[in-house]
Design a protein around this ligand. Structure first.
Ligand SMILES: Cc1cc2nc3c(=O)[nH]c(=O)nc-3n(C[C@H](O)[C@H](O)[C@H](O)COP(=O)(O)OP(=O)(O)OC[C@H]3O[C@@H](n4cnc5c(N)ncnc54)[C@H](O)[C@@H]3O)c2cc1C
Length: 283
């Protein structure tokens, strides 16, 4: 019987920020392999685009869904369909635009896979995953279950999943439109993203406070360009921390702590892996 593919990795090579130490990666291809991989403490990684991982790495197994969970090829313009959770979101956004289907435009430029995008309820002011997710298939406590989106309490950058649940498949429902209309909205989303840095980052570090923007507050506090080691508050967008090349988690945590002291009340959007309670980004 096939077994999960296992190897030692440096998580800096698996995160868009390019920070993070060693872990054991378990790449799974099936339900049986998920069952084997979840026999010891684990975490699940998608595209690694919302993660800050400690320099010392993490002791838990890191589970990644293999190509068996990538279903971009299955998407040929259906409005209602199940897709594997490792399906890359950018490809899906592009393909649905080509098919004249609406619903995913607000996700343009989010470098996630489907499972990670649902887990975070990724989105922008133009729309989020909650608008299109109908149902999820979850691997939890050794079994696959299906839950309707209404059971996930999806809200701003938050989805409520059962403890330890791994999203394996997602049912989306798109809305028939025209390629021209979808592309017009994509152009708007693209224009709104123009102020964002193109170098290594993990997207917005903090959630926006109600009716304000974390980036604007950080900018107003004069923190753009603040540099610790090889990490910097982006000059283009105050809520992005960029890796200038060779940044450590310690550099990034120091920046996060300074920002939180200078702009009280900000809540982290990033997921922190491998830190002790209060070790990173204490205000
Ligand atoms: C350049 C850039 C731009 C970005 N722009 C945006 C934006 O506009 N809007 C936005 O919302 N975000 C944005 N982000 C952040 C990020 O892309 C999103 O948070 C995204 O949803 C993370 O998906 P991922 O697949 O990379 O998940 P990861 O970063 O790998 O994981 C994030 C969390 O999801 C969990 N998770 C991942 N896969 C699964 C699964 N299969 N089952 C259960 N849990 C899972 C992980 O355990 C972790 O807790 C941006 C990031 C970058 C680098």
């Amino acid at each position: 019987m096939a077994a999960p593919r296992r190897r030692q990795v440096e998580l800096r090579t698996m995160t868009t920020l390019g920070v993070g130490g060693p872990a054991e990666l378990w790449e799974v291809a099936s339900e049986a392999e998920l069952r084997e991989a979840t026999q010891a403490p684990y975490r699940v990684i998608g595209a690694g685009s919302n993660l800050l991982v400690a320099d010392r790495g993490i002791g838990e197994r890191v589970i990644k869904l293999g190509p068996e969970y990538q279903d971009l090829a299955l998407f040929t313009g259906q409005i209602d369909l199940w897709l594997g959770a490792a399906t890359p979101l950018p490809g899906l956004v592009r393909r649905s635009a080509e098919a004249g289907l609406s619903g995913l435009e607000g996700l343009l430029g989010v470098p996630a896979v489907l499972g990670g995008a649902v887990a975070m309820n990724a989105g922008t002011r133009f729309g989020c995953m909650a608008d299109v997710v109908q149902e999820v298939e979850l691997f939890v406590a050794g079994e696959l279950h299906r839950l309707p989106a209404s059971a996930l309490a999806m809200r701003y950058r938050h989805t409520e999943l059962p403890q330890g649940a791994i999203i394996t498949r997602v049912r989306l429902r798109l809305t028939p439109s025209t390629t021209e209309r979808v592309k017009a909205l994509l152009d708007q989303v693209d224009a709104a993203r123009q102020g964002q840095p193109k170098v290594k980052s993990a997207g917005c570090a903090f959630k926006n406070p109600p009716s304000d923007s974390a980036g604007r507050l950080i900018d107003q506090a004069g923190l753009k360009g603040l540099t610790v080691g090889r990490a910097m508050v982006s000059l283009e967008h105050g809520n992005f921390i960029v890796n200038l090349g060779g940044a450590t988690a310690r550099d990034v945590c120091t920046l996060l702590s300074i920002i939180r002291r200078r702009v009280p009340g900000l809540e982290l959007e990033w997921q922190l892996w491998g830190f002790e309670e209060g070790e990173c980004a204490a205000a």
